[in-house]
Design a protein around this ligand. Structure first.
Ligand code: NAP
Length: 497
C-alpha cells in the first residue's frame, strides 16, 4: 500500500482509515479491528477502522453533498476516471492479487484472477456508460418528440461479502458511479484491505471528494445505520439470505430501491452419455476452488444412476489428491476457509452428516499440520435430496452426489431447493440440453461447464431465493442504478410565426 490510506502504525503494523469526503481518516471512536491471515492467524495483516453510526452519517452526508456535481458531470468525464482507475489497478495486479490471497485465503492464482476481473469491470463500464442509454418513441401527436432519459438515483449504499472481496465491490460500485450516483461502501469485516485497494485506485484516478466513501466496521455497527438512513435511496447487497431479507424489510420499508444477491445450492447434473473425464474436472473445479466459498459453487452432483458409482470413484480419487495448504504456494489448490467460525461450522456439518449415516467417500475433518482455518475437500455419496446436505448451502469444500434415474428426475431434484442461482448439465444430447435450459430454475445456466464463473458483460443473478429479481453486471446494471424520465417535447404554439 503506497499512500495516505495508512493513517498510522502500531507495533510496525499498518492502521487503515475510512475514506470519507476525499480524506483517509480514523473512525470517530478512534477504535480499530484486527484483520488476520486465515492461513496463519498469527499473522496480522492490519488494523482497520471500527466505525459506527457517526461515521456512516458523515459518509452519507459527504455522498449527498457530492451527488449534484457528480450527476452533472458528463458521462465521458466519468468514463475517463473509471478507465484511469482500471490502469492504476492493473499496474498493481501482482500486489493486490497477493494481498487478496493473504486476506481472504483463495489461492494466489485465484487472487490475481479476481483482481484482473475487477480491472475488466472498470474497463467495461468506462465503455458501457458511453453507449446509447435513452429511447425514442413515436407519439400519437406527430409534432411531439417523445423520448426517455435515464438519470442517476442519488446516494447508493453498497454492502458486500468477503468471498469476492474486490470483484463484487467493483461490479456494484463501478456501475453506480458510472451512471452518476454517489456511494457509501461497507465491505465485509473480514476483507477490508481489498476494499481499501479498490477505493484507493478510484480516488487516485480523480473521483471528486465525497463521490465514493468507504466505511469499515461490522454489519450491525455500520450496515444497520447505512440501510436505515433515509438519504440512502438505493441499497445493493450481496451476502446471506438471512441478512439480506432482513435488510430488505428495513430499506424496502422506507421506500429505498433494494437489490439482493444471496446464496445458492447449485447442481451439476451428469447424464450417462456425458464425457466423464470432462465432467469430473469441471465438477471438482466448481465444487472445490476457493474452498467451495462461491455463491455459484457446485454443491450437488446429480448423477444418472448408471454412471453414479464410476463418477463417484473418480471424483473421490481426484478430490483426495487436491493439495491443501498455504494459498501463496504455487502447488496449493485449496486454501483455508475464511475464519475459525466458518471452518468449525463446515466441520460440524460434515460430522453431523456422518453421524446420520451418509457415506463419506473422501475427506472429512481438517488436514493435519496446518495452523489456519483449513477443512479437507470432502465428498459424500448416495445423498438424499431432502437431507440437509441436499438442501442447505454449506459454503465450504463439500460435494454431495445424489443418484437419480433419468433427466426428468435430475431436473426435479435440481429444482427442489429454495435457491436458484446457477446450474450445470453434462451431456452430449442436444435435445436434453435444450429441455434442461427451459426447465431449470436458475438465473445462470451452463451446459458442459462448471456452475461457477461469471463474465463481467452479461447479467448475473438468480431465481427464487437467490436474488431479488434484479440482475447485476453488464447492461443489467443500468436497470438498478438509473431511473427513467419520459419526455414529451412539443414545439411552442407560436413557433415559426
Ligand atoms: P453476510 O454475513 O450476510 O454478510 C454480507 C455483508 O453484510 C457483510 O458486509 C456483513 O458485514 C454485512 N452485514 C451483516 N449483518 C448486517 C446487518 N445487520 N446490516 C447490514 N449489513 C450487515 O454474508 P457473508 O458471510 O459475508 O457471505 C456469504 C454469503 O454470501 C453466502 O450465502 C453466499 O452465497 C452469498 N454470496 C452471494 C453472491 C451472489 O452474487 N448471489 C455472491 C457472493 C456471496 P460483516 O462482514 O461485518 O458481518
Amino acid at each position: 500500500m503506497t499512500d495516505g490510506t495508512i493513517i498510522d502504525h502500531r507495533d510496525g503494523v499498518a492502521v487503515y482509515g475510512n475514506y470519507i469526503g476525499g480524506a483517509w481518516i480514523a473512525a470517530a471512536s478512534g477504535e480499530t479491528t484486527e484483520n488476520r491471515n486465515p492461513s496463519n492467524p498469527d499473522e496480522l495483516i492490519g488494523h482497520f477502522a471500527s466505525s459506527g453510526a457517526e461515521d456512516v452519517a458523515a459518509a452519507v452526508g459527504a455522498a449527498e453533498n457530492a451527488f449534484a456535481g457528480w450527476a452533472g458531470t458528463s458521462a465521458i468525464a466519468r468514463a475517463n476516471i473509471l478507465y484511469h482507475a482500471s490502469e492504476i489497478l492493473a499496474s498493481r495486479i501482482p500486489e493486490v492479487g497477493r494481498e487478496l490471497a493473504r486476506e481472504e485465503g483463495k489461492t494466489l492464482k485465484e487472487g490475481i484472477g479476481e483482481t484482473t476481473r475487477a480491472v475488466a469491470i472498470l474497463r467495461y463500464f468506462a465503455g458501457e456508460v458511453q453507449q446509447p442509454i435513452g429511447e425514442q418513441y413515436s407519439s400519437m401527436n406527430p409534432s411531439t418528440l417523445l423520448f426517455t432519459l435515464r438519470e442517476p438515483l442519488g446516494v447508493c449504499g453498497i454492502i458486500t461479502p468477503w468471498n469476492f472481496p474486490i470483484a463484487i465491490p467493483a461490479w456494484k460500485i463501478v456501475p453506480a458511479l458510472a451512471f452518476g450516483n454517489t456511494v457509501v461502501f461497507k465491505p465485509a469485516s473480514l476483507t477490508p484491505l481489498c476494499a481499501v485497494y479498490l477505493t484507493q485506485a478510484l480516488a487516485e484516478a480523480g473521483l471528486p471528494p465525497g463521490v465514493l466513501n468507504l466505511v469499515t466496521g461490522s454489519g450491525q455497527a455500520v450496515g444497520d445505520p447505512l440501510v436505515a438512513d433515509d438519504r440512502v435511496v438505493a441499497v445493493s447487497f450481496t451476502g446471506s439470505d438471512v441478512v439480506g431479507n432482513e435488510m430488505k424489510k428495513i430499506a424496502g420499508g422506507r421506500g429505498a430501491k433494494v437489490q439482493l444477491e444471496l446464496g445458492g445450492k447449485n447442481p451439476a447434473i451428469v447424464l450417462a452419455d456425458a464425457d466423464l473425464d470432462h465432467a469430473v474436472t469441471q465438477v471438482i473445479n466448481g465444487a472445490m476452488m476457493s474452498s467451495g466459498q462461491k455463491c455459484t459453487a457446485t454443491s450437488r452432483a446429480i448423477v444418472d444412476r448408471r454412471v453414479a458409482s464410476e463418477l463417484a470413484d473418480r471424483l473421490g480419487a481426484s478430490i483426495s489428491a487436491l493439495k491443501v495448504g498455504d494459498p501463496l504456494r504455487d502447488s496449493t489448490q485449496i486454501g483455508p476457509l475464511i475464519s475459525a467460525e466458518a471452518a468449525d461450522r463446515v466441520v460440524g456439518e460434515i460430522d453431523t452428516a456422518r453421524q446420520a449415516g451418509v457415506a463419506l467417500a473422501a475427506g472429512g475433518g481438517r488436514p493435519e499440520g496446518l495452523n489456519g482455518h483449513f477443512v479437507n475437500p470432502t465428498l459424500f455419496i448416495d445423498v438424499k435430496s431432502d437431507s440437509r446436505l441436499g438442501q442447505e448451502e454449506l459454503f465450504g469444500p463439500v460435494l454431495a452426489v445424489i443418484p437419480v434415474d433419468d433427466v426428468d428426475e435430475a431436473i426435479s431434484v435440481a429444482n427442489s431447493v429454495r435457491f436458484g442461482l446457477s446450474a450445470s448439465l453434462f451431456t452430449r444430447d442436444i435435445a436434453r440440453a435444450l429441455s434442461f435450459i427451459q426447465k431449470i430454475q436458475a438465473g445462470i445456466v451452463h451446459v458442459n461447464s462448471e456452475t461457477a464463473g461469471a463474465e463481467p458483460h452479461v447479467p448475473f443473478g438468480g431465481y427464487k431465493g437467490s436474488s431479488s429479481y434484479s440482475r447485476e453486471q453488464g447492461k443489467a446494471s443500468r436497470e438498478f442504478y438509473t431511473q427513467v424520465k419520459t419526455v414529451y417535447f412539443d414545439p411552442p404554439p407560436s413557433s415559426g410565426s
